[in-house]
Design a protein around this ligand. Structure first.
Ligand SMILES: [Zn+2]
Length: 416
């Protein structure tokens, strides 16, 4: 390969190739150095010092973008200077290379773009890097972007607050979605009032007052925090959160019935209520396949509690299809009666909490905002979690949510 074409492909105009140290089918090692005319930026004070007074040289090896299908390693010769400000020795700063980083900025960007569309494992396979390396580079990149784009906390007018399970044994994080912008704007570990308080505090009092609506699932912690800070906001239990609530209830009923079926060695019922059948109960009725519908019909035939639970679930969600608040009030009170008579504890609990929180359901008739975006993010985050086989590093998981559902998505800004 001719040196001229390599120089062209490399596209670092202020650097010259001193030599090709190794060139095989799969990789190429290039030694490069800045032209003498290129001024050196001091890593001590950030200013440019006289380039003639080089103290010494240091070579670092970094990986760069692929070239002609080969992996590229740059042996960069860096200059060391005595800083005019404090008289100490500093190595020059290179704008396409972060200090102590083993890859060039443009390769880091490439990695971050890849991990925004696929798993770290897949990205690693594609680049020939191990997961650990991809993780380190990706995380550093996201931390950097978070500083630029998420601080201070982006201001929103209409928000949705959700809890996301990130680990077994009830480890949660709180996620705030800007409903108008369709992005996740903030997240933090935990789901207590004090966690959401942190969000509101980061916005500041003035911005909190500008919030017009807060959609949530009716959790006391989120309500109390929102009432305290978002004083002008309408608190809404929207359809998305209502679905989550009734789905949790029906799943509890299923688990109970499964337990009983196991005790009675009722093989048919065990098959119909085991974990794999769970999704049939949770799915929206319009999304079930014919086969799933007939399985469900059969299950409802042979098991009364599940049948009752399913009717309660569907009937509850009908509220959101009604036209007026008055119709909704009648419907909800009927539902509360039905639920309290059902003998199904999880639904009774919802009924009791509704007595207190009916205003939040009714607020939906004032706001009537689609909750499709929260639902979409919920699914994306679940997929993200599966992709990473559960994140050990919660800080990284938080950043990944921003990368896939928020302001850190590469599609949102021009990276060049
Ligand atoms: Zn200096």
């Amino acid at each position: 390969m001719r040196r001229y074409s390599i120089t062209q492909a490399l596209g670092l105009p202020e650097y010259k190739i001193l030599g090709i140290l190794l060139d095989t089918k799969k990789k190429i090692h290039l030694q490069i150095r800045a032209y003498k005319r290129k001024k050196a930026k001091c890593s001590g004070c950030g200013e440019y010092h006289d380039t003639k007074k080089v103290h010494s040289l240091k070579e670092v090896v970094v990986e760069d973008l692929r070239m002609f299908g080969k992996r590229v390693y740059l042996h960069v010769i860096k200059r060391r200077y005595r800083c005019l400000k404090d008289g100490r020795l500093y190595i020059e700063l290179i704008d396409w290379l972060k200090p102590r980083c083993r890859v060039t900025n443009r390769l880091a960007k490439e990695i971050y773009r890849l991990t925004s569309i696929t798993t770290n494992q897949e990205a690693g396979w594609y680049l020939g890097m191990n997961d650990e390396k991809v993780y380190r580079i990706d995380k550093a990149m996201l931390e950097n972007l978070a500083e630029q784009h998420l601080s201070p906390t982006p201001v929103s007018t209409n928000i949705s607050v959700d809890e996301v399970a990130w680990k077994k044994h009830h480890r949660y994080l709180t996620n705030v979605v800007d409903v108008d912008e369709k992005v996740v704007t903030w997240n933090e570990k935990g789901r207590k009032s004090k966690v959401l308080n942190k969000y509101y505090e980061s916005l500041g009092e003035d911005n909190c007052q500008k919030i017009e609506s807060v959609s949530l699932d009716g959790a006391k912690t989120y309500i109390s925090s929102s009432k305290k800070h978002a004083v002008n906001a309408l608190i809404v239990l929207d359809r998305f959160h209502a679905v989550q609530k009734v789905n949790n209830a029906i799943d509890h009923v299923r688990k109970n019935e499964l337990r009983k079926a196991r005790k009675n060695e009722d093989e048919e019922l065990i098959l119909l209520t085991n974990c794999k059948q769970r999704f049939i109960l949770l799915k929206n009725k319009t999304k079930r396949s014919d086969r799933q519908s007939s399985t469900l019909a059969h299950l409802c035939d042979i098991n009364h509690p599940i049948y009752t639970g399913m009717i309660l679930k569907e009937k509850f969600l009908e509220v959101y299809d009604l036209k007026t608040e008055d119709e909704a009030i009648i419907h909800i009170y009927e539902w509360i009666d039905d639920a309290l008579e059902s003998g199904l504890k999880p639904f009774e609990e919802i009924a009791w909490s509704l007595v207190e929180k009916i205003e939040y359901v009714l607020n939906w008739f004032i706001v009537k905002r689609s909750s499709a975006i929260s639902e979409g993010f919920n699914n994306k985050i679940k997929r993200l979690k599966r992709m990473a086989y559960g994140y050990r590093d919660i800080e990284y998981f938080k950043l990944k949510i921003h990368q896939h559902c928020g302001y850190l998505n590469p599609r949102r800004f021009n990276l060049n």
